[in-house]
Design a protein. Structure first.
Length: 205
């Protein structure tokens, strides 16, 4: 019961509570010039997708931490979740600055990621960590594509995305060092397909 209540509390906080970062945003010292409407819409859409990714990260790490019986691994996952919490706050702050909104489907994204995290963790801690590695690798590649697409004038969004990419790569390396099992190719392909659906949808909704 305690585990269920903790998971429910984490979900409500992620989806509905104001997000406060422990570390200042990488965009704090960046210039924020007025952009053309099309550029601003593009930045808003891309940052909405990134915000969805951080919603899913909170769900994934919370689910994995709630299932594992390894206390050291639980502490590792919760620390990663706290760092991802900064990303969540930074992307939401930038969305507000751009005059845009989060995805209307965030509860759905959270529920799906939480379910996947539970299933992976029920198999084994090694599979759970393997899922983290593959997820973070795919997210890192996705963030690089955003750096390629974000307007050059949008220094603030670019600074946030670049820092997120560094952190995601570190999380993947940490999970690998903790004993992650490499996922089979079909599982990786399925994850890529699911991510494509999510990112395409979140770009608009």
């Amino acid at each position: 019961m305690d585990t269920l209540l903790t998971a429910a509390d984490a979900a409500l906080r992620t989806l509905f509570a104001p997000h406060r970062a422990q570390e200042a945003s990488p965009a704090r010292d960046c210039a924020k010039p007025q952009m053309e409407p099309a550029q601003q819409r593009l930045s808003g859409a891309l940052m909405r997708v990134n915000h969805v990714g951080e919603i899913c990260a909170q769900a994934l790490y919370t689910a994995q931490a709630s299932v594992t019986r390894d206390e050291a691994l639980r502490a590792h996952l919760l620390q990663a979740a706290r760092e991802e919490g900064d990303h969540l706050a930074w992307t939401r702050e930038r969305l507000d600055e751009l005059g845009d909104r989060p995805s209307l489907l965030n509860p759905l994204w959270y529920a799906g990621a939480f379910a996947i995290g539970v299933v992976a963790s029920k198999i084994s801690d090694a599979v759970s960590l393997g899922f983290v590695v593959e997820t973070e690798n795919q997210v890192s590649a996705h963030l690089q594509s955003h750096l390629d697409r974000l307007p050059a004038e949008d220094e603030a969004s670019r600074a946030i995305v670049a820092r997120m990419k560094e952190d995601e790569e570190r999380h993947a390396a940490d999970a690998l060092a903790a004993g992650a099992l490499e996922l089979p190719a079909p599982a990786k392909a399925l994850m890529q397909a699911a991510a494509k659906v999510m990112t395409t949808t979140a770009h608009y909704i």
